[in-house]
Design a protein around this ligand. Structure first.
Ligand code: FES
Length: 383
């Protein structure tokens, strides 16, 4: 059973508690740790229509989903966002908007409130204007702070999400002070996961263990000082742990993502597993995709697990770790997640951390997310 006490079924007969709609992969920012696929370009013309998203919402509620996330790309780029939020509220979802804040002006904040939006999660990369703007490739810092105050002014519970990497890990105390000043309710320091764009920039983004320890100390001090006025999350990334993360609480167990073109995924990264096929909501009903899709079935239960996972007494705790990470690092989605110290390929993780922190290494510029870069990467792959 997971630590929060919720009951998880690994057989797909349970319900998807979390439904995440990636409304679009389009985004005005160029974050070099973006979790969207690096080959997303062809997806823009295939985005689901308003009516198709509404059908997904209805079918999701019929399946029992309660928590709903609108994300992207940048979901504010969809003109029908307010309409979709309204439909989701009417259906009884708890709705959460995950945004960079770009495009979230006063008019749209009011409209989203009126449509029944429950919560907004805003991303912030740094307490420093220059660094924020450089990291995301656009002038956004002032706008983000303004949006953060607007979110509070409209009475939304506010989650500030800070992706953590080498460039900002030493700003933890300053970010905490800024969040306190804004009146953030939940501050989430999210150590980035190394897939897609972040994987391309892994050596430049991986922090050192010393940085993480300093950041954790700053968080602890803030928790003691602030008390329960602000809830602060900080999780050490799996690259620095001995055991893998319980990714998605188990593959196909409680989480269902729908990509912009309607592909149903057990997690937002699953498309990087090129050996699996993910049919779309245009082809199949959501209930079939959740219960029957061979790709969802693939890693449910424990019969797929290799040794040492299958006989490991921690398999009910971490569910075998992350299938996407296993594929990305070993080429086989069914192998033991190399983040686990029991994996025969654990050196793939420890070597990467050592390489990133080698003082003799020549620093490279970050590879920013752009459509041109995505195109070039695909051309290299197909050569
Ligand atoms: Fe896909 Fe972990 S991110 S299973």
């Amino acid at each position: 059973m997971p630590k929060d006490g919720s009951v998880v079924r690994l057989d797909g007969k349970g319900q998807p508690l979390w439904l995440v709609l990636e409304l679009t992969y389009r985004c005005p920012l160029k974050c070099p740790w973006c979790s969207n696929p690096v080959d997303y370009e062809g997806c823009h013309d295939k985005e689901l229509s308003t009516d198709e998203w509404k059908r997904v919402l209805r079918e999701g509620r019929e399946l029992g989903a309660l928590q709903l996330g609108f994300t992207g790309g940048e979901p504010m780029l969809r003109d029908d966002l307010e309409e979709l939020v309204g439909e989701a509220s009417r259906l009884g979802y708890y709705t959460n908007l995950i945004t960079s804040g770009v495009g979230l002006n006063e008019t749209r904040l009011k409209a989203l409130k009126a449509a029944g939006l429950n919560q907004i999660q805003l991303s912030l990369q740094s307490s420093d204007r220059e660094l924020t703007d450089t990291l995301v490739g656009a002038r956004t810092f002032d706008r983000k702070i303004e949006v953060a105050r607007g979110i509070k002014a409209h009475g939304f519970p506010m989650v500030l999400n800070v992706p953590v990497f080498r460039q900002n890990a030493d700003q933890t105390a300053e970010i905490l002070a800024l969040a306190e000043d804004i009146g953030v309710d939940y501050l989430e320091f999210a150590n980035i996961q190394y897939y897609n764009w972040a994987m391309l920039n892994r050596e430049e983004l991986l922090p050192s263990r010393a940085q993480l320890e300093r950041a954790e100390r700053a968080v602890q001090e803030a928790r003691e000082r602030i008390g329960d006025k602000m809830t602060i999350y900080f999780v050490i990334p799996d690259y620095f742990e001995e055991r893998p993360k319980a990714c998605m609480n188990g593959w196909g167990s409680i989480h269902l993502t729908i990509a912009p073109d309607g592909a149903a995924l057990p997690c937002q990264e699953a498309r990087l597993i090129k050996t699996l096929d993910f049919p779309t909501v245009r082809e199949k009903p959501l209930a079939w995709l959740w219960h029957e899709s061979p790709s969802f079935q693939k890693f449910r239960g424990d019969s797929w697990m290799p040794q040492p996972c299958r006989s490991c007494d921690e398999k009910e705790t971490d569910f075998g770790g992350c299938r996407c990470q296993a594929f990305l690092l070993t080429g086989d989605a069914a192998s033991t997640d190399p983040a686990c110290a029991k994996s025969p390929q654990h050196h793939l993780i420890t070597d990467a951390v050592a390489r990133a922190n080698d003082p003799k290494r020549t620093l490279k510029p970050l590879l920013m997310r752009t459509e041109r870069t995505a195109r070039e990467l695909m051309e290299v792959e197909s050569d």
